[in-house]
Every structure is written in structure tokens, then in C-alpha cells.
Design a protein around this ligand. Structure first.
Ligand SMILES: NC(=O)C[C@H](N)C(=O)O
Length: 314
């Protein structure tokens, strides 16, 4: 029955290949984020409230490349990108190359709700944050020993930051459908390891880092941004859903096209307005978790799908 399918929230912790010693942290991080998003939905919150809550938690978790734990750019600094989109109105908000804030996803939501624009960047985004009373945080509070170690390692002349980036779980994202059938998405990232200053990836670009439309569904993406932008991955998947494909089949078609056409590896979380959902990825791993019908679902490797009651401790 359709009512049992709603509400639902589905989150990811980035496509890639995760070092063994860090996999447990990623899995428990996505599980608790999905649980929090689900609590918001159960309390009558909207899908937008739920995805922002889930992504905020993942930004605050140093295991992920977003908020605290973000990768560093070539000069050793943190510049973050984020997007939110509301499937009811097609309103979206994004920030790019923003510094010194803990939760870019919340600022992206403020851009959507409090300005007439869809994206603010760099210093302009910071000024807007200040005007909204968003606290400025010292950059040091966003940098972990792990991210500094990886930055240093990739400064050597023959380093391959793109390959190394795919060796770590990254970007975070969420999609949700609330009891009214409204869909929403949110994605947040520190971007690519050792990127140029001012580099803007796929994440804040509508249709690439995410897209949400009540008539079709919602998607949040992860992977090499420059490649995702070539195929506007989120919108491509929704296009396949418009053509009649399921969330799962459409996600696979989008990822397969990205691989065959431009050699890109990535991952997505996708929902349709009825509450069907799919975490799909062409990378070795993607930590994901979903909450629906008082059940928590999660996995890390292709084909992995564990379930437990939502209130069982992980
Ligand atoms: N790990 C990621 O998903 C990175 C992100 N898509 C970017 O290119 O900024």
C-alpha cells in the first residue's frame, strides 16, 4: 500500500573506495543521519527539513568530505559547495567555494528561502551568511588530521589527487519523500582533493549535484564533479524516470552512460514520489542508509543490503 511507503529518507556518504579502518565510521554515520532525517519526517517535518537535517549531521561528522572533514584545496584551505532543491516548487538554493561556516547545506537553504537567487559564491556567500546571523567558525575547526595528511601527500609532483580522492568516501547527500508526497534533495561537499582555489564542482550546480521534482523524483549525486557535470547526472536520471524507468533502472542507466561516454565513476541516491528508492554506484563502495516504515536499510559494497528495526542501536 502506498501509505506504507511514505515517508522515506535515503542518504549517501560518497562514492569511492574506503580504507578498511574507516568503513565502520562511514556506515554508522550514514545510519544515524538516516535515522535523524526519519525522525524529522515522523514528527511531521517536510522532506526539505529531513534532507537538511540528515546532511547537517553528515557535515558535522569528521569522517566525511563535507563541513568538518572537508578535503583541502591546493593552498591547504577549505572551500565548500552545497545545494538543496524542493520538488514542489522547483526552488533551489546553493553556495559554492564558501569558507568558515560549519553547515553549508543550511546556508544553501537560506539562499533558497531568503534571496531571489539560486546560488551565491565565495565572499558573497560569506557576507550573506553573516547577514543571516550564521556563525563564522575558524577554518581549523573544519580541518582534520586526516585531511591535512592527504593534502600534504598530494602536493608531491607525481601525486594523482583525483585517483586519491576516489580512494576516500566523500561528498554527502540525501533525498526524501514526506507524507504529502513532496520530494527534496540536498548535497554537500568539500570538493576534490587539492583542487584549485575557486574551483566549483558539480555539487552546487542544479541538475548535476542534485535535482528534485515532485512529478518525477529526487536525486543526489557523488563522484568526480567535472565528469558529473558533463552528463548533468541528476537530471539525466530523472529524464530516464520520466521515460518510465524505475528509480533503480534510471540510476543505473545514468551511471552507465557516464562511464561509457566520459569514463566517469560515481554514485547516486534516488527516490520517486511514491517512496521507491535506490542507492546505486559504479565505484567499489558507497556508504548509504535509508529509513522507511520503521526499518533502517544500509550497505557499503555493491549488492549489500542489511536491515534492522529503526530503533535498534547500530
Ligand atoms: N566526492 C565527491 O563526490 C566530489 C564532488 N562531486 C566534487 O567533485 O566536488
Amino acid at each position: 500500500m502506498v501509505t506504507e511507503m511514505l515517508p522515506v529518507v535515503l542518504v549517501h556518504g560518497g562514492a569511492g573506495q574506503i580504507p578498511k579502518e574507516r568503513s565502520q565510521m562511514s556506515t554508522s554515520g550514514v545510519c544515524s543521519a538516516a535515522r535523524s532525517g526519519y525522525l524529522v519526517l515522523q514528527g511531521g517535518g517536510s522532506s526539505m527539513d529531513a534532507v537538511v537535517e540528515a546532511v547537517t549531521q553528515l557535515e558535522n561528522n569528521p569522517s566525511f568530505n563535507a563541513g568538518c572533514g572537508s578535503v583541502l584545496n591546493i593552498t591547504g584551505e577549505v572551500e565548500m559547495d552545497a545545494i538543496v532543491m524542493d520538488g514542489k516548487t522547483l526552488a533551489s538554493g546553493a553556495v559554492s567555494a564558501v569558507r568558515n561556516i560549519a553547515n553549508p547545506v543550511q546556508l544553501a537553504r537560506l539562499v533558497m528561502e531568503k534571496t531571489s537567487h539560486a546560488c551565491l559564491t565565495a565572499e558573497g556567500a560569506s557576507k550573506f551568511a553573516r547577514s543571516m546571523g550564521v556563525p563564522e567558525v575558524p577554518q581549523e575547526s573544519l580541518i582534520t588530521d586526516y585531511s591535512r595528511m592527504r593534502w600534504k601527500k598530494n602536493l608531491v609532483p607525481d601525486a594523482n589527487p583525483v585517483e586519491c580522492q576516489m580512494g576516500k568516501m566523500g561528498t554527502v547527500g540525501a533525498v526524501a519523500v514526506d507524507a504529502e508526497g513532496n520530494v527534496a534533495c540536498a548535497t554537500s561537499t568539500g570538493g576534490m582533493l587539492n583542487k584549485m582555489e575557486g574551483r566549483v564542482g558539480d555539487t552546487p550546480c542544479i541538475g548535476s549535484g542534485g535535482y528534485a521534482d515532485n512529478l518525477v523524483g529526487a536525486v543526489s549525486t557523488t563522484g568526480h564533479g567535472e565528469t558529473i557535470m558533463k552528463v548533468t547526472l541528476a537530471r539525466l536520471i530523472l529524464f530516464h524516470m520520466e521515460q518510465g524507468q524505475s528509480a533503480e533502472a534510471a540510476s543505473d542507466l545514468g551511471l552507465a552512460y557516464m562511464k561509457s561516454r566520459v569514463g566517469g565513476i560515481g554514485g547516486v541516491v534516488t527516490v520517486d514520489p511514491k517512496g521507491n528508492w535506490a542507492p546505486r554506484f559504479s565505484s567499489l563502495q558507497m556508504a548509504w542508509a535509508a529509513a522507511q516504515n520503521d526499518t533502517l536499510h544500509y550497505g557499503l559494497y555493491t549488492g549489500e543490503h542489511f536491515t534492522q528495526a529503526i530503533d535498534d542501536p547500530h
